[in-house]
Design a protein around this ligand. Structure first.
Ligand code: NAD
Length: 516
């Protein structure tokens, strides 16, 4: 297929008033569609359920964004059946044909970009630039994985001995269960689903209960792109109600999960138990982080402070890659702290009604309660130099940027994932100490080093134990095909979404040798 080379979808320029107008118009149009109901889609058929998920706008919790059917084990079973039936045909469909459906989905998403951004704003509480980045990333996954499948379709080169032909190629696996989080509801759901589908598998797609309307929209785009019935089964529901069932069921061949460490470890454990299936289930899990930025005494302190703020407070810190620990050399600690507090104080907080808002609401009341709890814990563990006590969640799930200074590396707010706009400042004696503090975490997702010292940079390159390490820049917003993304340790199964090794995890490599 003669495709142009992959390039990332460009972000919208908010100085261009046309873009602002387009998104405002989309917000108005989508505003007229709020509160609608969405069924499950199983085997190409709409399926209603007794229960429903009521999804609300986190900036205005009284506003219902939509009502989505809520699968029980009964519907989950129907979805696994439909996916099992569809596998026979889909797995034999030519890789080019599968890739074309992704390319078509990318084109549809591009055409519906403003609308998808609007859904992100309403249901995800995303500031405009974050919502745009989300939809762009989803388009990138579709474009990138389509090309990756074309690259991998012939398999890989192996040697043949004289008189024989050795072939090494990839086969689809079977039925995949896709379980997504709420924080990147368009991008991660699209990425995990498209990787599983383009490699010839069929899927049961379970979006997060907090962003199920966006899940329904993503599924709709795949169907509009021409995905045959049963290849994708939209199965919204609560993880606590259908998660264990989907993971344990013997029809499930693999699970692709992104979410918290707790859920990921449970999935890994349940998937390992034999339950009548004739395979060892594969688990691809992307989990949490407690990401650190080290600032040494040779760093550009102004740039470092700006990038700490950007990394800590973008999407209110609700990114697995968000900086939640600033580990700063003692000699520059006070200066960096002063600058970070000053910059973070200036951030615009509020409902994402325009492109200038930087910190929106947290996603949900449980998340608001969790982060509020950590703000209380922080009082015992550090000095709050920025931040206010959270208000009434009825007015939106807002928490303002918060900085705790003088935090011990072993404190709970320095060890546990908070997933909110809360940053712990930790003083390090020297670079050695800083690196040891950074690595003293069960997680290993992203990390950053600000330094002008070549020796420090080279040491960190090998000894800072994270899957995504960034020097002299922010540590969030990984781009597909440019910064393949995924963590070490208890941050996941060491894979890299949006990278050259990702699709292979959804396939079985096979060796066939013929003697002539
Ligand atoms: P979560 O673990 O609460 O939920 C994630 C998904 O798992 C949801 O769809 C949920 O319904 C489902 N689930 C819950 N219990 C389940 C069970 N027993 N079996 C199967 N599925 C179940 O996580 P969340 O709050 O939605 O997302 C935030 C978390 O995701 C954070 O920890 C964040 O760091 C992580 N995350 C990681 C990455 C990454 O790439 N490493 C990316 C985004 C988010």
């Amino acid at each position: 297929m003669g495709l142009p080379p992959f390039r990332n979808e460009p972000y919208l320029d908010w100085n261009d008033q046309e873009n602002v107008k387009r998104v405002r118009a989309a917000l108005e149009k989508v505003g007229g569609e709020l509160g609608r109901s969405y069924p499950l889609i199983i085997g190409g058929k709409e399926v209603e359920t007794e229960g429903e998920i009521v999804s609300v706008n986190p900036a205005r919790p009284q506003q219902v964004v939509g009502r989505v059917a809520r699968a029980t084990e009964r519907e989950a079973s129907l979805a696994l059946d439909a996916a099992t039936r569809a596998f026979a045909d889909w797995s034999r469909t030519a890789p080019e044909a599968r890739a074309r459906i992704l390319l078509r989905a990318a084109a549809i998403m591009r055409r519906r970009k403003a609308e998808m951004i609007a859904w992100e704003i309403y249901e995800g509480g995303k500031p405009w630039p974050e919502a745009d980045a989300q939809v762009s990333e989803a388009i990138d996954f579709l474009e990138y994985y389509a090309r990756e499948m074309l690259r991998l379709k012939e398999g890989a080169e192996v040697h043949s001995v004289a008189g024989e032909e050795s072939r090494y190629f990839y086969q689809p696996m079977g039925v995949g269960v896709i379980i997504a989080p709420w924080n990147f509801p368009t991008a991660i759901l699209t990425g995990m689903s498209s990787a599983a589908i383009v490699t010839g598998n069929t899927i049961v797609m379970k979006p997060s209960e907090f962003t199920s309307v966006i899940g329904a929209k993503v599924a709709e785009i795949f169907f509009e792109a021409g995905l045959p019935e049963g290849v994708l089964n939209f199965c919204a529901g609560y993880g606590s109600e259908i998660g264990d069932y989907l993971v344990s069921d013997p029809r499930t061949r693999f699970i692709s999960f992104t979410g918290s460490m707790r859920t990921g470890l449970r999935i890994n454990e349940l998937a390992a138990k034999p339950n009548g299936q004739k395979w060892i289930k594969r688990v691809i899990a992307e989990m949490g982080g407690k990401d650190a930025m080290i600032i040494d005494d040779s760093a550009d302190l102004e740039a470092a402070s700006s990038d700490i703020v950007r990394s800590a407070y973008g999407y209110a810190g609700q990114k697995c890659s968000a900086a939640s620990r600033a580990i700063v050399h003692a000699d520059v600690y006070d200066e960096v702290l002063r600058r970070v507090v000053e910059k973070a104080r200036a951030l615009r907080v509020g409902a994402p009604d325009g492109p200038e808002v930087f910190v929106g609401p947290l996603i949900s009341e449980p998340q608001f309660e969790k982060v509020s709890g950590y703000i209380e814990v922080g009082r015992e563990e550090g000095e709050r130099v920025l931040g206010e006590d959270p208000g009434d969640p009825k007015d939106g799930y807002f928490v303002t940027p918060t900085v705790y200074a003088g935090v011990d590396p072993k404190a709970r707010i320095a060890q546990e994932e908070i997933f909110g706009p809360v940053l712990a400042f930790i003083k390090a004696r020297d670079f050695e100490d800083a690196l040891a503090i950074a690595n003293d975490s069960p997680y290993g997702l992203t990390g950053g080093l600000y330094s002008n010292d070549r020796e420090h940079l080279e040491r960190a390159r090998h000894e800072f134990h994270v899957g995504n390490l960034y020097f002299n820049r922010h540590i969030t917003g990984a781009l597909v095909g440019v910064q393949p993304f995924g963590g070490f340790g208890l941050s996941g199964t060491d894979s890299k979404a949006g990278g050259p090794d990702y699709l292979q995890q959804h396939m079985l490599p096979k060796t066939v040798v013929e003697r002539f």
